[in-house]
Design a binder for this molecule. Structure first.
Ligand code: 6PG
Length: 506
């Protein structure tokens, strides 16, 4: 093999792509790069020249797909960082035209819909091996260690593994805490990598999709806590930032809590006001939370806190309508008269319990989807690779990993003795917080959906018996009986109000 050839071909030098290339280079891989926008290729060469402390070229710029392939050692390993959807296929077709071979590997790192990954593996079979790895961690994660969720052909994985484990975030195996180095050229080379083979193609992007669903719920729960601190306690963004910093030292320790405190502390350069007050309250979304909610509905997994977080973004985007409704509709007149310190302590516990439920829903969804699609998902491993690098990284992912390590057949996180006890100890405060919010008319749909999930899950009897009666009444949909063999169906000839009883022969 010529010394001049590169180890990896990289296509797509947007924010994520550029940072992944520099991360790969820091970890000793020589990269050939291509982007349709030549200025991005020039920019990465320039950045690499500034950062490269070795005497060898680490990044090579290319002007075409053909040139890119010609720079690579065979069999070729290519990584794509292009927007999800059509652009992925666009690049794949260009690679075929440029002469990619059947044993070459193409790894998609975008936020692709998992079913697209499944279809692509099939579509490109015989032309090249289509593999996918979902990436979490944003710009900084990509640069200094993301969490990676690879899936696809197991043979391809044996070739990809050393690359992905090298660039992934690392965790101290003793403490479960992230090992961080944000210094170019000095990657963390020890510790447990936040990259594990998830399973057949599609499984990795499914797991990343659920990660994002949990991310939506976690973010919305923090937003609700912020809203309650503002509207019930009358706290300023700066005061709330201090509360969040304190919470971040305890049970709620997480990246999202940390950045929320920083966002709230930021002052707007133009007005001198808290920047958060200058930001329009209309949430955007790229679709992964919605995909999670849709998938949950399809597999019949109760993920109401995740779904609510998607709806919360939807209602936020109806700004003009909300402004009109604020004038037209009344709310409760009662004000909060509870002690602020008490309320804040209760809110911390409410947030913690709600967060446990959101994660329980996400893991339950993965479990149900895995059964449906025939995947063997290792939940302890999934929790472990989310301990660092990704957006939902949090101290308590170690406890989730421990729950699945001690019982790999655990059917719901809520049934793990540690989490069951945590909720048992904190639930009074959780209930009181939601009651105070409801009485004051402050929406806290994610928190209350989490409590409803908990209360429904722990109910041996739910009113679905009446529901089945209703269905049988108007549609002869039948029902099972509690006193007869499971699965046997019964129908009643109901007397309809105001109508003579009709007997239908079956
Ligand atoms: C991550 C993030 C990342 C991205 C989301 C944002 O894990 O690094 O989840 O994938 O920030 O796609 O999604 P929304 O735009 O839908 O909030």
């Amino acid at each position: 093999m010529s010394e001049n050839l590169c180890d990896i071909g990289f296509i797509g030098l947007g924010v994520m792509g550029k940072n992944l290339v520099l991360n790969l280079a820091d970890n000793g891989f020589k990269i050939a790069c291509f982007d349709l926008d030549q200025t991005k290729v020039d920019a990465i060469i320039e950045t690499d020249q500034e950062e490269n402390k070795t005497d060898k070229a680490r990044v090579v710029g290319c002007r075409s797909y053909t040139e890119l392939l010609s720079k690579l050692a065979a069999p070729h390993l290519l990584i794509l960082s292009v927007p999800a959807g059509e652009p992925v296929d666009h690049v794949c077709h260009h690679l075929i035209d440029a002469g990619i071979q059947a044993d070459d590997i193409v790894i998609d790192t975008g936020n692709s819909l998992w079913t697209d990954s499944v279809a692509r593996e099939e579509k490109y079979k015989g032309k090249f091996i289509f593999f996918s790895t979902a990436v979490s961690g944003g710009e900084v994660g990509a640069r200094f260690g993301p969490s990676l969720m690879p899936s696809g052909d197991p043979y391809a994985w044996t070739r990809i593994e050393p690359v992905l484990t090298a660039i992934a975030a690392k965790v101290d195996p003793d403490t479960g805490k992230p090992l961080v180095s944000n210094i170019p050229g000095q990657p963390v080379t020890r510790g447990e990598p936040c990259a594990t083979y998830i399973g057949p193609i599609g499984a990795g992007h499914y797991v990343k999709m659920v990660h994002n669903g949990i991310e939506y719920a976690d973010m919305q729960l923090i937003c609700e806590a912020y809203d309650l601190l503002r509207k019930l306690c009358g706290y300023t963004p700066q005061q709330i930032s201090e509360v969040f910093k304190r919470w971040n030292e305890g049970l709620l320790n997480s990246y999202l809590m940390e950045i929320s405190a920083e966002v709230l502390a930021k002052v707007d350069d133009e007005t001198g006001e808290p920047l958060v007050d200058m930001i329009m309250d209309k949430a955007g979304q790229k679709g992964t939370g919605l995909w999670t909610a849709v998938s949950a509905l399809q597999v019949g997994s109760p993920t109401q806190t995740i779904a609510h977080a998607v709806f919360a973004r939807s209602i936020s985007s109806l700004k003009a309508e909300r402004q009109q409704a604020a004038e037209a509709l009344s709310g409760p007149s009662s004000q909060n008269d509870a002690d602020n310190a008490e309320l804040i302590d209760a809110l911390e516990q409410a947030l913690y319990c709600s967060k446990i439920c959101a994660y329980a829903q996400g893991f339950q969804l993965m479990d149900m989807a895995a059964k449906e699609h025939g995947w063997q998902l290792e939940f302890a491993e999934i929790a472990k690779i989310w301990r660092a690098g990704c957006i939902i990284r949090a101290g308590f992912l170690q406890s989730i990993a421990n729950a699945y390590i001690s019982n790999e057949d655990l059917i719901n996180l809520l049934l793990d003795p540690f989490f069951a006890e945590q909720i048992s100890n904190n639930q009074d405060a959780w209930r009181k917080t939601i009651a105070s919010a409801t009485l004051a008319g402050v929406p806290c749909g994610s928190m209350s959906s989490a409590l409803n999930y908990y209360d429904s899950y722990r109910s041996a009897v739910l009113p679905a018996n009446l529901l089945q009666g209703q269905r049988d009444y108007f549609g002869a949909h039948t029902y099972e009986r509690v006193d007869k063999q499971a699965g046997r169906k019964y129908h009643t000839e109901w007397a309809k109000p105001g109508q003579p009883e009709v007997k239908i022969k079956r």
